[in-house]
Design a binder for this molecule. Structure first.
Ligand code: TLP
Length: 338
C-alpha cells in the first residue's frame, strides 16, 4: 500500500512537516546554540515563554527531556514528585526521574486522569520530617494522554496553584498538548502557564513540527535547565532549522486544532463512543480485542494504537483529513460491527 494512502491514527506525533514548514526550515537563520547564538532558537524560546507568562524558555529535543528537567528544577534528589498514576511522566518516561535524577515519584489513582486538587494535596508529605520522603512538587498533565485527551478543570488547577503558593510545593505542568486543552476549553495559554512553576510544551504533537519542546520557567531556573540539558546531551548546535518549524507551527497550526477535535468527535459518533467523552483530539475504544482490531485495521491501511489488550486509542492530527476520518470510521465501524 502506498505510504500516502495510510490513515495513521496512532498518535499526533506521526505528522510530517508540510511543504511550507520545510521551506521556512530551509531558510532559517542559524548559529551554534550551545554558544547561545542561534537566532531562531532564541526567538522561539522568547516567544513561547511570553505566551505562557514565564521569564524564559529552553528549547529541548523532546517532551520527555522537558518534563524531566522541569521536575528536577523543582525537586531535589531524595525528594518526591506526586502525580496521577496514569501520568506520562511516570508511565512513558522509562523511570527517568529515578534513573537519572534520584527523584522519587508517588502516584494517586484519580478518576480517569482528571485532576482533583484536594485528593493530591491530602497526600503531600512534609519536607522537614526525619522519616518521610518530602513532597517537593506536584506534576499535572493537560490535556491528559491516558485520560483520553481530557482537559483539566480550570478550578482544580487554580485551587492547586493557590495552595502551592502557601505550602511551597511546586507545580510542574506536562503541557505536551496544552494547546489542545486551550483551544478546546477556551482558556488562554497565559492562564495555564501562570498556574505552574515549570511547564514543558511540545511542538511535535498536534502542532505538527518534526522535533522539539520548550521548557518555560523563571530566568534563574532556565539558566540551571540549560546546564542539565547539556549534561544530558541535549545541547544542540544549528538546530534553528527545527526551531523555525516550531515558530511556523505556532503561526499556522495552532488555531486549526479545533478541526482535529471536530474530527475526533465525528469518529466517536460513527463508532458508537459517547462524543461527550471526547474533549480534544483523542478517541478511546474500550472493551475491544485490541490486538485483533489493530492488526485487521493495519491490513487495510488504518493504523491505530493499543493502550492495553482491551483498549485502543485513536488520535486525530493535521495529516488526517475528513476523507481519512471517513475511511477510518467505515473500516473500524465494520470491524467492530457498530
Ligand atoms: N506521548 C506519546 C507516547 O510517549 C505515548 C504519544 O504518542 O502520545 N507528555 C505527554 C502527555 C505525551 O503524550 C508525550 C508523548 C510526552 C510528554 C513526551 O514527548 P516526547 O515523545 O517528545 O518525549
Amino acid at each position: 500500500m502506498a505510504e500516502h494512502s495510510l490513515v495513521d491514527l496512532r498518535s499526533d506525533t506521526v505528522t510530517r512537516p508540510t511543504p511550507a514548514m520545510r521551506r521556512v526550515m530551509a531558510d532559517a537563520e542559524v548559529g551554534d546554540d550551545v554558544y547561545g547564538e542561534d537566532p531562531s532558537i532564541t526567538a522561539l524560546e522568547e516567544r513561547v515563554a511570553a505566551m505562557f507568562g514565564h521569564e524564559a524558555g529552553l528549547f529541548v529535543p523532546s517532551g520527555t527531556m522537558g518534563n524531566q528537567i522541569g521536575m528536577r528544577l523543582v525537586c531535589e534528589p531524595g525528594q518526591e514528585v506526586l502525580c496521577d498514576a496514569d501520568a506520562h511522566v511516570v508511565t512513558y518516561e522509562m523511570g527517568a526521574a529515578a534513573a537519572i535524577f534520584g527523584i522519587s515519584t508517588r502516584t494517586v489513582v484519580s478518576a480517569g486522569g482528571r485532576l482533583d486538587a484536594a485528593q493530591l494535596i491530602e497526600q503531600v508529605r512534609p519536607r522537614d520530617n526525619w522519616h518521610l520522603t518530602g513532597t517537593a512538587a506536584i506534576a499535572v498533565e493537560n490535556s491528559h494522554n491516558r485520560g483520553g485527551g481530557l482537559v483539566q478543570p480550570l478550578a482544580e488547577l487554580q485551587e492547586l496553584w493557590n495552595w502551592s503558593r502557601r505550602s511551597g510545593v511546586a507545580v510542574h505542568l506536562d503541557g505536551a498538548r496544552v494547546w489542545n486543552a486551550s483551544v478546546a476549553a477556551g482558556v488562554d495559554l497565559l492562564t495555564y502557564g501562570r498556574l505552574a512553576d515549570t511547564a514543558s510544551v511540545c511542538l511535535s504533537k498536534g502542532l505538527g513540527a518534526p522535533v522539539g519542546s520548550v521548557l518555560v520557567a523563571s530566568a534563574e531556573r532556565i539558566a540551571t535547565a540549560r546546564l542539565w540539558r547539556k549534561r544530558l546531551g541535549g545541547g544542540m548546535r544549528q538546530a534553528g532549522v527545527l526551531a523555525a518549524a516550531g515558530l511556523h507551527a505556532l503561526d499556522h497550526h495552532l488555531p486549526r486544532l479545533a478541526e482535529d477535535h471536530e474530527h475526533a468527535r465525528l469518529l466517536a459518533k460513527r463508532l458508537g463512543v459517547d462524543p461527550a467523552s471526547v474533549e480534544t483530539n483523542m478517541v478511546v475504544l474500550d472493551d475491544v480485542d485490541a490486538p485483533m482490531l489493530a492488526e485487521a485495521a493495519k491490513a487495510q491501511g488504518v493504523l491505530i494504537s493499543q493502550v492495553s489488550a482491551r483498549r485502543i486509542r485513536l488520535v486525530t492530527h493535521l495529516d488526517v483529513d475528513r476523507a481519512g476520518i471517513d475511511r477510518a470510521a467505515d473500516l473500524l465501524g465494520g470491524l467492530l460491527d457498530r
